[in-house]
Design a protein around this ligand. Structure first.
Ligand code: HEM
Length: 452
C-alpha cells in the first residue's frame, strides 16, 4: 500500500497528544485541521490515530471501503454499561439486529411518534408558562434531556417513566459519563476491585437491568411498545433462534443511550441559536404561524415547515451532537494519499468537517440559508454528516429530525426565548454528545396572542 505519512502534531514522548485531547477535545481536533490539513496523524497514549475530514477520504471509510473499517478499540468502552448492541457490534450480528429494528425507523413508520412528541412538549411548555409568570428562567439542556427521555420511552417502548424520570435522567447521564475514558488509572483497574468507579458501574448496570425488566413486563401486560415487540419477536436469519434476554437488554439500552441525549442536545442547540439570532427566530415564527395557524402539526404540516428544517440542519452543522466517532483500520489503506496502517484508529468528526473553511463560507456563522432549496445537494458528499454515513448511518435519523421539527415549532409557537445574560455556553469539553457545559438558562417570554 502506498501513500505518504500524514502530517500531525509532534506530541510528547509516550503520551503523544493525550493531554491536549483531554483538556479540550473538540477545540484540539479543530486546531489539527487548521494546522495540518484534512488527514492528520497523531498519537493518543498508545493509540495511533488519524483524524480524517477530507470528504472523499471520509466517504472511503464510511462507504467505499467500509468493510476495512470496524468499530475498533475506541468503541469498546461503550460496552461497559450498554453491552453489545447496534452501536458496538460488527458483521452478521450487527446486520441481523439492524434489519430487525429498521422497519420502525422508516419514513412511513415514524409518524407514529407524533402524538407523543406533541403531548410531551405541551406538558413541558405548560410548566414553562408557570416559570414565565414568575419571571424565572429554565435550564434548556435539562428540559430537553427530560423531554426526549420521555418521548423516546413512550414512543418506542410504550413505557411512561412517570415520577422516575429524574432518577432515569441521572443514571443515563452517569452511564454516558462512565463510557467515556479520561485516560485515568482508575479506568484501567479490573472490575472486581471495589473502587468508586467500579461501584458506580455496578450500580448503573443494576439500574438499567431493572429498567429493562420494567419495560418488558409493561409490554407483556399492555402490548404497548413497538420496538419491544420487534425485539421480542425477532428471529436470527440463519438459525431462526429468538433473541436472548441479554440481546434484548443491550439493544434496548443502546437505543435509549444513542437516541435520547443526542436529540436533546440538538434541540437545545437549535433553540439556543434561535435565541441569539432574532432575525432567524422571526422568520421561523412567521412560518410556524402561517403553516400551523395555532394548531399542533400533522405529519403533512411538518413537510411544509421548510425554514424550520433549515434551522435544524444548520444547528446540526454548527453543533453536531455526535461530534466525533471512531473506526478501527482492518488492513493497510490509503486515504487522500496518506497511508493508514492496519491496527490503527480513525476519527471521523462531523464538528471538524462542518467547520472546514474549504467547504463552508464563514463556517462559524449561523446561517440557515445554507440549506435553502437544493443547496445542500451541491456540497461534496459526506462533508455534512451529522448522522454519519454509509451502512452504519444513524438508524434514528428520520425520527430525530421529525421530533426536532415538532419541538422547535411548538416552542416557537408559544414562546420567545432569551438567553440569560452572564450564563455562558462552552462547548468542546463534552463527553459523548456536544452539549453545553452545566446549565443553559433561558427566559421563556410567552408570545402575545399565541395559541396554547
Ligand atoms: C440529533 C439526534 C441524533 C444524532 C446527531 C445521531 C448521530 C448518530 C451518528 C453520527 C451515528 C453513527 C455512528 C457511527 O457511524 O459510528 C449514529 C448511530 C446510531 N444512532 Fe443516532 N443520532 C441521533 C438520534 C438517534 C435516535 C433518535 C436514535 C434511536 C431512537 C438513534 C440510534 C442510533 C443507533 C442505534 C445507532 C447505531 C446504528 C448502527 O451502527 O447500525 N440515534 N447516530
Amino acid at each position: 500500500m502506498n501513500g505518504t505519512i500524514a502530517p500531525g502534531p509532534t506530541g510528547r514522548p509516550l503520551v503523544g497528544s493525550l493531554f491536549d485531547w483531554r483538556r479540550t477535545p473538540a477545540e484540539f481536533l479543530l486546531r489539527l485541521q487548521r494546522d495540518h490539513g484534512e488527514v492528520v496523524r497523531m498519537k493518543l497514549g498508545p493509540y495511533l490515530v488519524h483524524l480524517v475530514t477530507e470528504p472523499d477520504a471520509v466517504h472511503r471509510v464510511l462507504v467505499g471501503n467500509h468493510h476495512n473499517y470496524d468499530r475498533g478499540k475506541l468503541y469498546d468502552q461503550f460496552k461497559l454499561v450498554m453491552g453489545t448492541g447496534l452501536l458496538t457490534t460488527d458483521g452478521p450480528a450487527w446486520r441481523s439486529h439492524r434489519r430487525a429494528v429498521q422497519p420502525l425507523f422508516l419514513n412511513r413508520a415514524i409518524g407514529a411518534i407524533l402524538p407523543n412528541v406533541i403531548e410531551s412538549t405541551h406538558q413541558m411548555l405548560d410548566r414553562w408558562e408557570v416559570a414565565a409568570a414568575r419571571g424565572e428562567p429554565v435550564d434548556l439542556i435539562g428540559e430537553m434531556l427530560q423531554l426526549t427521555l420521555v418521548t423516546l420511552s413512550r414512543s418506542l417502548f410504550g413505557y411512561d417513566p412517570g415520577a422516575a424520570v429524574a432518577e432515569m435522567k441521572r443514571t443515563v447521564d452517569a452511564g454516558i459519563e462512565l463510557m467515556f475514558t479520561h485516560g485515568l488509572l482508575s479506568e484501567q483497574l479490573p472490575e472486581w476491585i471495589p473502587n468508586a468507579r467500579n461501584r458506580q458501574i455496578r450500580a448503573t448496570r443494576r439500574f438499567f437491568d431493572r429498567l429493562v425488566d420494567d419495560i418488558r413486563s409493561n409490554h407483556h401486560r399492555t402490548g404497548q411498545g413497538q420496538l419491544v415487540e420487534l425485539m421480542e419477536t425477532a428471529r436470527d436469519p440463519v438459525d431462526g433462534r429468538a433473541w436472548t434476554d441479554r440481546e434484548i437488554r443491550d439493544e434496548l439500552l443502546t437505543v435509549y443511550l444513542a437516541g435520547h441525549e443526542t436529540t436533546a442536545a440538538a434541540a437545545c442547540w437549535a433553540l439556543y441559536a434561535l435565541s441569539g439570532h432574532r432575525w432567524a427566530a422571526e422568520e421561523l415564527t412567521a412560518e410556524v404561524d402561517q403553516v400551523l395557524a395555532g394548531r399542533a402539526p400533522t405529519l403533512a404540516d411538518t413537510e411544509r415547515l421548510t425554514y424550520t428544517g433549515q434551522v435544524i440542519q444548520e444547528a446540526l452543522r454548527l453543533y453536531p451532537p455526535i461530534w466525533t466517532f471512531p473506526r478501527g483500520v482492518v488492513a493497510d489503506d490509503e486515504l487522500a494519499g496518506r497511508h493508514v496502517p492496519a491496527g490503527s484508529s480513525i476519527l471521523i468528526s462531523p464538528l471538524v468537517s462542518h467547520r472546514n473553511p474549504r467547504i463552508w463560507d464563514n463556517p462559524d456563522a449561523f446561517d440557515p440559508a445554507r440549506f435553502a432549496g437544493d443547496a445542500a445537494r451541491r456540497l461534496p458528499r459526506l462533508s455534512y454528516l451529522p448522522f454519519g454515513g454509509g451502512p452504519r448511518m444513524c438508524v434514528g435519523n428520520l425520527m430525530a429530525l421529525l421530533e426536532l421539527k415538532v419541538i422547535v415549532a411548538l416552542v416557537s409557537q408559544r414562546f420567545q426565548l432569551q438567553t440569560v445574560p452572564g450564563d455562558f455556553v462552552r462547548y468542546g469539553h463534552s463527553v459523548i454528545s456536544l452539549r453545553p457545559q452545566g446549565r443553559l438558562l433561558v427566559t421563556p417570554k410567552p408570545r402575545v396572542g399565541a395559541a396554547a
